[in-house]
Design a protein around this ligand. Structure first.
Ligand SMILES: *[C@@H]1O[C@H](CO)[C@@H](O)[C@H](O)[C@H]1NC(C)=O
Length: 302
C-alpha cells in the first residue's frame, strides 16, 4: 500500500518536474474574427498515453469556464455550451474546438489541457487569445512613449541601492493583443521589469503601462539607449512599436528632452500671448471708460 502511494507520489513529482507543458501545443496564438463568424482552435500534444483534451474559456474577469472535453475521438461539450469538439485527443493528433456564431462575448483566452485519467496531472497549452472585433472600431496599433525617471525619486545620489523607474505607456490601440518588452542598448532585459496585467479601456481604445527599475548609475550614463517595445497583433502579423530615451548625466536637468523643452517654451509663449491679449483688452476697457466719462461730463456741462 505504502509502496503504491510512494510510487504515485514519485510519479507525480517526476511528471510535474519535467516540462510536459511544453508538449501541449495550441494554434493559433492570436485570432480576430467578425461577429457571426466561426472560429476553429487547435490543440495537440505529444505526451505518451494521454488521450483526453479538456477545453476552458478564460474571460476578461479571469474566471475559467469548463467547456467540455475530448476522449480519444469523442467530443463531449458541456450541456448548454454551443461549441463542437472534433479530431482526436490522442498523442500527435489534433483536437479542434469550433465556436459558431461568434459574438463580442466570445472574446476570451481559450485553453486546452492534455490529460490521461483522474490520478494524473493535466498539462495546459499556452492558450489562444480570440477577439471578436467590434465592427465600429478599426484595428489600430499602439503609440508608445517612455516617461523618464522622476526627479523626486530617491534624491540621495550616493546611495548604491538608489533606483530609477522608467514608465512605458502604450496607448490608443485596438484590440488588446499586446506585450511589453524593454531593451537597454538593444539587449532585452527582464530584471526589474513589471507590466500591468490589465489593459485599460478609455472609450474605444486600450492602453497599458509597463515599468523598468534600474540602478541609478545605469540610468546616469549619458547616451545609454533605453527602449520599450510593444508587440501588437494586427490580424495577420505581429508588428513592433518602440519608444526610446537616452540616459542622462547626473548634472544635467533630468528628463529634459527636446520635446519637453519645446513644450515648455511653447507653454511660455502661450502664457505670454494670453498676458498681452489680457493687457490690451484692459487698455481698451479703460479707454472706453474714460471716453464715456468724458462724454457724460460733456453732456452735463452743456
Ligand atoms: C499588418 O501588418 C502588416 C505588416 O506590417 C501589414 O502589411 C498589414 O497591412 C497590417 N494589417 C493591418 C490590418 O493593419
Amino acid at each position: 500500500m505504502i509502496i503504491i502511494f510512494l510510487s504515485i507520489t514519485f510519479n507525480t513529482i517526476l511528471v510535474s518536474g519535467s516540462s510536459l507543458s511544453d508538449q501541449v501545443y495550441q494554434t493559433p496564438a492570436d485570432m480576430y474574427n467578425k461577429p457571426g463568424e466561426t472560429a476553429k482552435l487547435n490543440c495537440s500534444h505529444s505526451i505518451q498515453s494521454y488521450d483526453q483534451i479538456l477545453w476552458y474559456k478564460q474571460s476578461k474577469n479571469k474566471q475559467m469556464q469548463f467547456l467540455g472535453y475530448m476522449f480519444a475521438d469523442n467530443g463531449n461539450p458541456e450541456t448548454g455550451i454551443p461549441v463542437k469538439m472534433d479530431g482526436s485527443a490522442n498523442k500527435d493528433e489534433t483536437s479542434t474546438l469550433t465556436i459558431e456564431g461568434l459574438s463580442l462575448n466570445s472574446s476570451a483566452v481559450y485553453f486546452c489541457a492534455a490529460k490521461h485519467c483522474d490520478q494524473q496531472p493535466a498539462y495546459f497549452g499556452n492558450g489562444t487569445k480570440l477577439t471578436v472585433l467590434d465592427p465600429n472600431i478599426p484595428i489600430t496599433p499602439p503609440t508608445v512613449k517612455i516617461l523618464q525617471p522622476s526627479l523626486k525619486e530617491c534624491k540621495d545620489k550616493k546611495d548604491k541601492k538608489n533606483k530609477k523607474t522608467l514608465v512605458c505607456v502604450a496607448s490608443g490601440f485596438y484590440p488588446d493583443h499586446v506585450s511589453v518588452f524593454w531593451q537597454i542598448e538593444g539587449e532585452n532585459v527582464t530584471d526589474g521589469v513589471a507590466t500591468d496585467n490589465a489593459t485599460l479601456r478609455d472609450g474605444k481604445l486600450y492602453s497599458i503601462t509597463g515599468r523598468l527599475r534600474v540602478p541609478a548609475r545605469t540610468w546616469h550614463t549619458p547616451g545609454r539607449k533605453f527602449n520599450c517595445t510593444v508587440s501588437f497583433f494586427n490580424g495577420t502579423h505581429t508588428t513592433y512599436h518602440s519608444g526610446l530615451v537616452y540616459g542622462t548625466d547626473l548634472g544635467q536637468g533630468e528628463g529634459m528632452t527636446r520635446e519637453k523643452y519645446l513644450q515648455i517654451t511653447q507653454t511660455a509663449k502661450l502664457s505670454y500671448g494670453v498676458f498681452i491679449a489680457k493687457s490690451s483688452l484692459y487698455g481698451v476697457f479703460v479707454l472706453v471708460l474714460v471716453w464715456k466719462l468724458q462724454a457724460s461730463s460733456g453732456k452735463q456741462s452743456n
